[in-house]
Design a protein around this ligand. Sequence first.
Ligand SMILES: [Zn+2]
Length: 382
Amino acid sequence: MNSVFMYTSKYDTYSLGDQHPFKPYKATMVYELCYRYGLFDKPWITVMEPEPASEDALTEFHSKEYIEALKAANTGSFDFTMLEYGLGTSDNPVFKGVYDFSLLVLGATLKSADLISSGHADIVFSPVGGLHHGGFGHAEGFCYVNDIVIAIQRLLKSGYERILYVDIDAHHGNGVQDAFYDRDDVLFISFHQSGETLYPWVGFENEIGSGKGLGYTVNVPLSEYTDDEAYIKVFKEIYTPLVKAYKPQCVVAQIGLDTLKKDPLTNLRLTNNGYCEVIAEIRASCPKILALGGGGYSVPDVVRGWTLAWAELNGLQPHDPYLGLVGGALTGHGNSVEDLRDSPYKIAPRLKDDVNRYLDSKIIFIKDKIFPIHNISGELYG
Ligand SMILES: [Zn+2]
């Protein structure tokens, strides 16, 4: 196995604004924590630096007009015509280097995809990527380019015939869904807080694809307050049978960590324990995994969670080499794995009943409408 952590400190030079929740520098924090815990110290692991993508790469998905608007925004000065393209809103501010940043993020994701399709890597994690809301001709939801759509298109072009896209960000992956809605060579599965209570207000269970893509878009809306136990149950009931039936050649995973109970933008109640169990399921589902960071706005929690995810993807236990050697008043006790893990958390029983009732209705709908399309038989349902 070869695995690659795709990272550059150049991310630190870009800022969407002090008040903006999306912090490109969190990649550096993840890199440093992984380093500290010895999670690059294996012969099969490489840290690689991305190069910016070319403008041509953007045209593989985005409109010419939008690319021109994004390029004009690169100076950091806003003009009102940009609003037409979703640029200059509080979600997608115009900032200095917005175009350069977008090309760098896209470059990272495309290099990651290329490493997989060329056989040079089996697992790649690019923490600043997974911009699943990016539209054909507009920016939205903190996403200026849709690196995921362009990467999946490249993977298909390289010869893959069945790609599974799984999105565990708290928000629905609307930009990716729209791009592949009528296709069966991409199985789209998104678990997200329901559009009844969260942006982008779509991603309902009855959005199941169209034409030959019917049954190849799977939406699992989650109730507010969904905790680890409920999430793991719904994930295993939906994802696991589908992946067994579809037999993807490559899994592209948007592993956003805004599902945590401390996340300021969402209302789910996960801890990184439940998250890691889901990452382990994804890891076990296919030998080729392209993992992209996505959202996550309680930065220290996201950093710990992605460090654990990187360990999980590589089958490693985080280990602090200084543990026990340099303890003290100033340095603390050293860092054990326990310091990365959240305390277990469960919601109150009364809430739990409501959450379970909600999720069960979604599971029944999906098993009824989508599983037969994939010839998933009753015994697999459990
Ligand atoms: Zn999100």
